[in-house]
Design a protein. Structure first.
Length: 81
C-alpha cells in the first residue's frame, strides 16, 4: 500500500508489477484510505512513542498501589494465624 501511495508510479503499473488487477489495488487503496490505516511512518512512530511513555507514567502509581496491596494482604493473612 505504501508503494502505491508514495512511489509516484501509476496504480496500473504497480498492480502489474505485483501481479494483481488494477481494480483490486484501487479497492485496497480506497479501503485503506477510508479506514486511515496507512499514514506517515515517522509521525505514527513518534505518536506511538509518546503514547507509550504516557501509559508508562500512568501505570507506575498503579503498580506501586498493587505492590502495597499485596504486602497488606500478606500482612493481614499472617495476623490471622
Amino acid at each position: 500500500m505504501r508503494l502505491a501511495l508514495s512511489s509516484g508510479l501509476s496504480r496500473e503499473c504497480i498492480a502489474q508489477d505485483l501481479g494483481m488487477g488494477s481494480s483490486t489495488l484501487k479497492k485496497w487503496i480506497r479501503d485503506t484510505q477510508k479506514h486511515d490505516t496507512v499514514g506517515n511512518d515517522a509521525t505514527d512512530h513518534t505518536a506511538l512513542l509518546r503514547e507509550n511513555e504516557r501509559l508508562r507514567r500512568e501505570n507506575l502509581p498503579l503498580r506501586e498501589e498493587r505492590e502495597l496491596l499485596k504486602k497488606a494482604t500478606q500482612f493481614f493473612a499472617s495476623q490471622r494465624s
